[in-house]
Design a protein around this ligand. Structure first.
Ligand code: HSE
Length: 450
């Protein structure tokens, strides 16, 4: 392989020296921003000892100052609606971006990086869309860009890929990376709660995004999948590269059927390195969709709003990281860890490991990737229907691993589980089945893909 080094400024990154203050600007004071400010104040002595100098919050940028006047914990802090001027202050060295959205935070983060300030962000949508541009700006300025909180909040998965597994070859990452959808699926399965009630409860508990569409349609998980795939495979994978299907079509019947077959439905983010027969990498794929996970797989027992990331690496083997992937305090914990890293580098000098997408593998469309389908359909209950439908699969070259028939009213329920086949072939079979004269309805299609 030709050497392709991470771009960056050569040279030393000197520190300002032990005992000096590190000036910090906080952009945004929502659920996470408030927790970050609380923890900076509560843990100040410990943070100072770990960093080598005190953190000094120079100001907090909010969209409407009048809304926050008099809020507890803000007595000695300067509130401003002028984020740009706050970033530009000479005594601000680290900018913590906790605003959300993409375009406006992108401008602010670029302004900070270009001005030589390190940035900590929890903004997965921003990183998943613009990591390339932001990393280049950080490299050119010789500053840090940290985003641990962008994926699974308190679970140190970005650091794990960036540092701990930096010497290994990742083969696959399968994760439950959205707390809201895990909460909803778990509540539907264990308490019989309706989808709507479970979503309302997840929103009340602060797991859901401002617009929960991003959670239930899988967009939030897709951003995280893009980040995980980029880090794990040293290849730039963006949000637009990720196939995405949410949980809105999952019904109580699907959940009951999964239970019957000793499986649990989870919304998975899957990042996969694809190899040919010789073991050479041919590309990478990242996708988000509901999947049937066998109950003896470690991801099946991840309940409530918990997240878990299951990593398979060549030398390390199988690893699982589990914990709080959403909520104010867990996200603030990850932000603080990054802030300590960025501030420590300001004091002692040096830089955090930067993104290094040197491998630059092709990103392969999901249609070309192998997966397995579990198809549930209502069919006409007549002699020979089973062999007719089995022919649809055989003609497409897809073999079946299980077929089960259950009688019901006017028709019969047919449950078909395929062996591995290309996603595009499986999709075509489902299209053909939907139009087959003996198929009354394709009731559900869920992948077995843990
Ligand atoms: N809405 C997200 C979740 C928050 O439910 O996991 C963390 O990104």
């Amino acid at each position: 392989m030709t050497a392709r080094y991470a771009e960056g400024r050569n040279g030393n990154y000197p520190g300002k020296g032990i005992g000096q203050e590190v000036g910090v600007a906080i952009l945004g004071k929502g659920t996470v921003g408030s927790e970050v400010l609380r923890l900076i104040s509560e843990f100040s002595e410990n943070l100072e000892n770990r960093i080598g100098g005190p953190i000094a919050v120079r100001g907090v940028a909010v969209s409407d100052v009048s809304k926050h006047q008099g809020s507890p914990g803000l007595e000695n802090l300067q509130l401003t609606d002028d984020a740009r001027s706050l970033i530009d202050r000479d005594d601000v060295e680290v900018v913590v971006e906790l605003i959300g959205g993409i375009d406006y935070p992108r401008e602010l983060v670029l302004q900070a990086l270009n001005a030589g300030k390190s940035v900590v962000t929890a903004n997965k949508a921003l990183v998943a869309a613009h990591a390339d541009e932001l990393s280049r700006a950080a490299n050119e300025a010789g500053v840090d860009l940290y985003y641990e909180a962008a994926v699974a909040a308190a679970i140190p998965v970005v650091g794990m890929l960036r540092r701990s597994l930096a010497g290994d070859q990742i083969q696959r990452i399968s994760g439950i990376v959205n707390g809201t959808t895990n909460f909803i699926l778990d509540a539907m399965a264990t308490t019989g709660m309706s989808y709507e009630d479970a979503l309302a409860e997840a929103t009340r508990l602060g797991y859901a995004e401002a617009d929960p569409t991003a959670d239930v349609e899988g967009h939030d998980a897709a951003s995280k999948a893009a980040i995980l795939a980029s880090m794990g495979f040293h290849t730039r994978v963006t949000y637009d590269d990720v196939y995405c299907e949410g949980i809105t079509k999952i019904t109580a019947d699907d959940i009951a059927a999964a239970r019957q077959s000793n499986e649990t439905i989870k919304l998975l983010a899957i990042c996969e390195r694809l190899v040919d027969d010789t073991g050479a990498t041919t590309g990478v794929n990242a996708r988000v969709h509901p999947a049937l996970v066998p109950n003896d797989h470690p991801l099946a027992s991840v309940d409530k709003s918990y997240n878990a990331i299951f990593v398979e690496a060549e030398a390390a083997g199988r690893l699982m990281f589990y914990g709080n992937g959403a909520g104010g305090a867990p996200t603030a914990s990850a932000v603080l860890g990054d802030l300590v890293g960025a501030a420590r580098n300001k004091i002692h000098g040096g830089r955090a490991p930067a993104d290094n997408p040197y491998a630059d593998y092709p990103v392969v469309e999901f249609g070309e990737v192998l997966t397995r389908y579990h198809i549930n359909m209502t069919v006409n209950d007549r002699v020979g229907v089973l062999s007719d439908l089995a022919r649809e699969f055989a003609e497409a070259g897809v073999s079946l691993s299980a077929v089960r028939q259950e009688e019901s009213g006017d028709g019969a329920h047919l449950i078909v589980v395929t062996h591995e086949a290309a996603e595009k072939d499986l999709r075509r079979i489902v299209e053909n089945l939907s139009e087959h004269r003996d198929v009354q309805a394709v009731d559900s299609v869920i992948r077995l893909d843990a």
